[in-house]
Write a protein that binds this ligand. Structure first.
Ligand code: DQA
Length: 146
């Protein structure tokens, strides 16, 4: 079993990018924390970031084709990209939408997501833990597995 963790524009800047909003953890710190939990769960971690919408479209298609679930932080593309919505719908990828920040407590242009209607669920506002919570939602021994 594998999980694909896909990150969109500007998430390569984590650590130095608006730390009052996004915290001090880098994307590599997040990858490392996920890797530890994935090892315990016996899940292979595929972790990627791109500033280009088309890369994310391709990667969602690939994950969908392989049957692997996706943890997706699409960054600002969340609020603009019909192409990502279509990629999720078209590839039948199982997607958990994640955000470090609580997008609903921020500017109104962050309140709408094109991803959410195609997502299995959404986790926002818990910083790097948003990613770990998504992993638990997909693979942890939560009540939905009983
Ligand atoms: C974000 C929230 C988006 O609104 C923003 O454009 C990002 C990061 C988050 O993780 O909180 O780039 O997805």
């Amino acid at each position: 079993t594998a999980v694909h963790v896909l990150n969109g524009p500007n998430l390569n800047l984590l650590g130095s990018r608006e730390p009052e909003v996004y915290g001090r953890a880098t994307l590599d710190d997040i990858r490392a924390a996920l890797a530890v939990r994935c090892a315990t769960l016996g899940v292979d971690l595929v972790f990627k970031q791109s500033n280009f919408e088309g890369d994310l479209v391709t990667w969602i298609q690939e994950a969908g084709a392989s049957g692997a679930p996706v943890i997706l932080n699409a960054g600002a593309l969340t609020h603009t990209s019909i192409a990502l919505y279509d990629a999720i719908k078209g590839s039948q990828a199982e997607v958990v939408e994640v955000h470090l920040s609580n997008v609903h407590a921020r500017e109104s242009f962050r309140h709408h997501s094109f991803i959410s209607p195609a997502a299995r669920g959404v986790i926002a506002g818990f910083g790097p833990s948003s990613y770990l919570l998504a992993l638990e939602a997909l693979f942890g021994n939560t009540i939905r597995k009983t």
